[in-house]
Design a protein around this ligand. Structure first.
Ligand code: GUN
Length: 300
């Protein structure tokens, strides 16, 4: 129970259960699409090298896609692949009408320019929303493929029932994968948005003013509870592996959860908050891509 909000328990935002509901709903739509249109959505997943975290993420994405009835194609390659060959594989996937979505797991090895790779993806198949055309559409407030983690954060925020219009939102982190797109999405919902980053001065003061805090910094338990405005909604995008007291690794977010839950009005846990939403949104984007590529307007 909060000392600052006596009598008002903090809401723990259950991303795991919200994502499970999205995936169940999506599986029914995919089944209907497959039966009625003979169309099975298909996602090509490009994994370069054998980074353990990326390998786990890709495995989880693939398993979830198959469970929802979405076909996946594994396009794994050695960390030594040259950029031109990777581009050629992506161009082949662009031209293959049975592939609707393309995902290139990031980060890529240092000798490959990720901008070149992302720009090689057909924007119509860019289910990660990272191609500059889709980034520009989002910035212009148009409908487009939106990066999956930011989209997942927005679904969680909307689930809290909190009013977004006019709320002060602070995004901590300015990455292309999370910070920048979520700032655009919040702006599109009429939040007053501030983006903080490593050069921001007096971050605690910025945080203190915010009704909504999105932490996407990549530093374990960096945001302290006493920096928060009482009753704020906190979305923790961090996934950091740290050594636990028992010597085993554990996963923590960018927010000091035990401190923050005593002050926040609503907060996502790590794990079980934003993480599961990323995959659910990826599957939705793949379904949408398949639908858009059929040119059948009457299905939904
Ligand atoms: N690496 C970490 N998160 C992501 C993501 O959402 N998409 C891609 N492509 N790579 C990632």
């Amino acid at each position: 129970m909060s000392m600052i909000n006596p009598g008002r328990p903090v809401a723990i935002i259950d991303g795991k259960s919200i994502a499970a509901k999205m995936r169940t709903r999506l599986a029914a739509r995919v089944a209907e699409m497959t039966t009625k249109l003979g169309l099975r959505p298909c996602l090509a997943v490009f994994l370069v090298g054998d980074d353990p975290a990326s390998t786990t993420y890709v495995r989880n994405k693939t398993k979830a896609a198959e469970a929802a009835g979405i076909r996946t194609i594994d396009v794994s390659s050695s960390a030594l692949i040259v950029e031109a060959d990777l581009v050629a594989h992506i161009r082949a996937a662009n031209l293959d009408p049975t592939i609707h979505g393309i995902l290139v797991q990031l980060p890529l090895p240092k000798h490959i320019d990720s901008k070149t790779i992302i720009e090689a993806i057909d924007p119509a198949k860019d289910v990660d929303g990272l191609h500059p055309l889709n980034v520009g559409r989002l910035a212009a407030g148009r409908r487009t493929f939106v990066p999956c983690t930011p989209q997942g954060c927005m679904v969680l925020l909307q689930n809290t029932g909190q009013t977004l219009h006019g709320a002060r939102a602070l995004v901590i982190g300015r990455s292309t994968l999370v910070g920048r797109p979520i700032a655009q999405l919040l702006l599109n919902q009429n939040c007053t948005v501030t983006i903080a980053h490593s050069k921001t001065q007096n971050l605690p003061t910025e945080i203190q003013r915010a009704d909504i805090v999105i932490a996407a910094i990549g530093r374990p338990q960096f945001v302290r509870g006493n920096w928060l405005k009482p009753g704020a909604t906190v979305i923790d995008v961090g996934i950091n592996r740290v050594a636990g007291a028992d010597g085993k690794d554990r996963i923590v977010g960018d927010v000091a959860f035990d401190e923050a839950r005593a002050v926040a009005g609503a907060i996502t846990p790590v794990p079980g908050g934003v993480g599961p939403m990323t995959i659910a949104c990826l599957l939705e984007n793949t379904f949408t891509a398949a639908l858009q590529q059929t040119n059948i307007r009457s299905f939904y």
